[in-house]
Design a protein around this ligand. Structure first.
Ligand code: PEP
Length: 235
């Protein structure tokens, strides 16, 4: 059975005081609770000693070198991370990352002993042109390295048009993509991401082949993220 995972992506949000939110999260039961805070908070978050996994939001392809401002997978692991998100649409858009780069980052994550959360998803134009499944298949092929296994990789399906917009695909649209992902990756945890919140989490988790969620805005406080963890645990 794929792992159930409730993952929070804090993006460029959070100061030291925000760690109090992590301390207040409910126990996940059979759910792996993962928080990907800004890199500045990884070590203090891991030091909380809570049963919450820590993850990076990105890593460089290289393990070290002259790359000002970047962070490598071994550095994330050294700070206490066990996961790292790669290929988030904000990285693909803001930093021009290609699927080939994403695959290299995942390889770097594996080499450092990290689990890679590989993100993919279509734009609104691609969905409206009926290209969603073709785009997902192409991203899967190009973004996932040959070394990927169900143990070292998690996939997050995040329609770009649903991220931070409050727009959520229909249950049928989520199911269609997750069914296609499951056919390709029978044992890998498959997360849905895009405007997940307490009020829609249970419905999304009722969709076959959705093993959890990657949550942005609603992961920043325990009041918002706690009920999402509980909904996944109850599903
Ligand atoms: C995300 O950043 O991965 C995300 C899904 O954001 P939000 O939940 O805010 O839409």
């Amino acid at each position: 059975m794929p792992r159930k995972i409730a993952a929070g992506n804090w993006k460029m949000n959070g100061l030291a005081a925000s760690l109090a939110e992590v301390s207040q999260l409910p126990k996940g039961g059979d759910v792996t609770v993962l928080i990907c805070p800004p890199a500045t908070l990884l070590a203090p978050m891991a030091a909380l000693g809570r049963d919450v996994a820590a993850g990076g939001q990105d890593c460089h392809v290289a393990a070290s070198g002259a790359h000002t401002g970047d962070i490598s997978a071994p550095m994330l692991a050294d700070a206490g991370a066990t996961y790292v998100i790669v290929g988030h649409s904000e990285r693909r858009t803001d930093h021009g990352e290609t699927s080939e780069t994403v695959a290299q980052k995942a390889q770097s994550a594996y080499a450092a002993g990290l689990i890679a959360v590989i993100c993919l998803g279509e734009t609104l134009d691609q969905r409206e042109a009926g290209e969603t499944l073709a785009v997902i298949a192409e991203q899967l092929k190009a973004s996932i390295p040959a070394e990927a296994t169900a143990q070292n990789t998690v996939i997050a399906y995040e329609p770009v048009w649903a991220i931070g917009t409050g727009k959520v695909p229909t249950i049928e649209q989520i199911a269609e993509v997750h069914d296609a992902l499951r056919a390709a990756l029978p044992d890998t945890s498959l997360l849905y991401g895009g405007s997940v919140k307490a009020s829609n989490a249970a419905e999304i988790f009722s969709v076959a082949n959705v093993d959890g969620a990657l949550v942005g805005g609603a992961s920043l406080t325990a009041a918002d993220f706690g009920p999402i963890i509980t909904a996944l645990s109850d599903s």
